[in-house]
Write a protein that binds this ligand. Structure first.
Ligand code: NG6
Ligand code: CA
Length: 515
């Protein structure tokens, strides 16, 4: 059974000044919903609120995503749970806030599996309901039993253990070793002549490093960090040896994950499937294929957005070809807000022009301000969703789990996805009730709680106001911050004007933390 918002509000004893008890009727649309629609979750990396044309972006053409939005609903107040990748992905796939669990910060490439096999995941839910499930693209949730102890030359405990029938994934990020794809627990295109070794502690003797051999960085130079192993002429985080033919070429990553996704869709055209398609775009290193280059004024970051749009177009086209569009729900979103210089000299900052990656929002990736977690979110499901709708309803990715459960009539085991609310009707645009609150986690673990009207950012001991490397406002303060979200964007701290609202939001946050 999914948890209902109403029960939680009553349980918290929270008054109604901020939090109207929603009138969501759980099965409102059930007569129209086919019992087993396919679900494709397209999860971009570091794509900001303002990056897509349909969200006001002006720097890169995104015709396919525009079309997806025209055929579906586009949310203007949707939130990832965190301002970085690993915690956002953890929360989304488990329905549990990452800040409840240790070890969910940005994971190294040799991290052990953060989601343990015994934890019930979104993929388990689909699988137990008769779906074939796949994770394709960026993983960043650890592989193998224990951190640093993986043998990359042997089969690894893998995504299958947490509900994915098929996986073709990068262990962490494109800027972290090992730079190989792992297919169902084994290195794809494994090259026995070049056994793989990985370390995040010490370099391997005889292997050149980015910091000592800038002449070998023929594809992209780093601006910060990323000066360890050199793979494909690009410096990375972490040390690596071997790989040979299995090493990826950054310019082929989008093609490679798209091909695998299309194959998965084709193979499962006659049975219900759940595809988690997590792109490397537009994360660093941004090194898209030649055919996406030079067509937009923003340089490589713009090219990566165009490449992402192409991937989305390929999936949409395939669904059309196979006659699956009507019966497939697509959700497109991002794991956190945007960043320009994230450690490579790719000129993202210099070439951004008038394009605003975070739209009108303050802050960006890593930040406690809205730019960190307010992200694009588009839902297309032609059978149900009204075309071209724009919704300003407050929603969070934490709710996809319970909402999908309602969609496919799944029964969740007791205690699973305990932070996830069923908001399916809201994601379908049929219920305009806001989520009573959303919680946002910044990269230093500062939490914010926001309702439709107010946002409270808890105090942080971190004195840094603007991150040195990324030049992004952190949103941290040693003072409590309260922003009126009806006014533009977190400009005036109103905490001292409304201590009663600060108190109320602090109380709610405390209660949720204790649950
Ligand atoms: C940071 C990296 C950044 C990126 C980020 C994780 C440096 C200087 N910065 O530590 O490049 O990899 O981690 O991004 O190394 S995320 O989107 O996967 O969370
Ligand atoms: Ca990210």
């Amino acid at each position: 059974m999914t948890i209902k918002k109403k029960d939680i509000l009553i349980g918290l004893g929270i008054g109604s000044i901020f939090l109207p008890v929603p009138s969501l009727s759980q099965q409102k649309n059930s007569e129209e919903v086919k019992p087993t629609p396919n679900v494709i979750l397209i999860y971009a990396d570091d794509l900001g609120y303002g990056d897509l044309e349909c969200y006001g972006g002006s720097g890169a053409a995104t015709p396919n995503i525009n079309r997806l939005a025209q055929n579906g609903i586009r949310f203007t107040n949707a939130h990832a749970t965190a301002a970085t990748s690993t915690p956002s992905r953890y929360s989304m796939l488990t329905g549990e806030y990452a800040w409840r669990k240790k070890g969910t910060d940005i994971a190294a490439g040799n991290a052990g599996m953060i989601i343990r096999p015994e934890q019930y995941t979104m993929a388990d839910m689909f699988k137990n309901s008769g779906y074939t499930t796949a994770a394709i693209g960026k993983w960043h949730l650890g592989l193998g039993d224990k951190s640093g102890e993986q043998d990359w030359n042997a089969p690894l405990p893998t995504a299958l253990d947490i509900g994915f029938d098929y996986s073709y994934i990068m262990a962490a990020t494109a800027d972290r070793v090992p730079c190989v794809f792992i297919e169902n627990g084994k290195v794809a295109n494994y090259d026995p002549s070049a056994p793989i070794e990985v370390s995040y502690q010490k370099p391997f003797e005889g292997e050149p490093l980015g910091k000592n051999h800038p002449e070998l960085l023929y594809n992209l130079k780093h601006s910060n960090g990323h000066d360890m192993a050199i793979i494909n002429g690009i410096g990375r985080i972490g040390y690596m040896k071997g790989g040979g033919k299995a090493l990826w070429k950054d310019e082929n990553i989008a093609d490679s994950i798209t091909t695998h996704a299309l194959n998965f869709i084709r193979e499962n055209k006659n049975n219900p499937f759940f595809l988690y398609f997590a792109t490397n775009d537009v994360h660093v290193p941004r090194f898209p294929h030649d055919r996406f280059r030079g067509k937009n004024p923003m340089g490589l970051r713009g090219d990566a957005i165009v490449q992402f749009d192409w991937c989305v177009g390929q999936l949409m086209e395939e669904l059309d070809k196979l006659g699956l569009t009507q019966n497939t729900m697509i959700i497109l979103s991002s794991d956190n807000g945007p960043v320009l210089d994230d450690g490579y000299a790719d000129q993202a900052q210099e070439l951004v022009g008038n394009h605003k990656p975070a739209g009108p929002l303050r802050g960006g990736k890593y930040s406690a301000f809205e730019g960190g977690t307010r992200i694009p979110a588009i839902v297309s499901y032609p059978t149900i969703v009204e075309k071209g709708k724009i919704s300003d309803v407050l929603v969070s990715q934490i709710d996809w789990f319970a909402s999908f459960a309602t969609l496919i009539h799944a029964i969740l085991p007791k205690g699973s996805a305990s932070d996830s609310f069923d908001m399916l009707s809201n994601w379908f645009g049929k219920d305009n009730t806001d989520r009573p609150w959303v919680i946002e986690q910044a990269s230093d673990h500062t939490l914010s709680i926001r309702t439709k009207d107010w946002k409270y950012i808890e105090t942080s001991f971190n004195p840094v106001k603007v991150a040195r490397v990324t030049n992004i406002e952190t949103g941290y303060s040693t003072e409590p911050q309260l922003y009126d979200m009806k006014e533009s964007t977190e400009q005036t701290n109103k905490a001292s004007l409304h201590p009663e609202i600060v108190f109320k939001l602090q109380q709610i946050l405390k209660k949720i933390q204790k649950q």
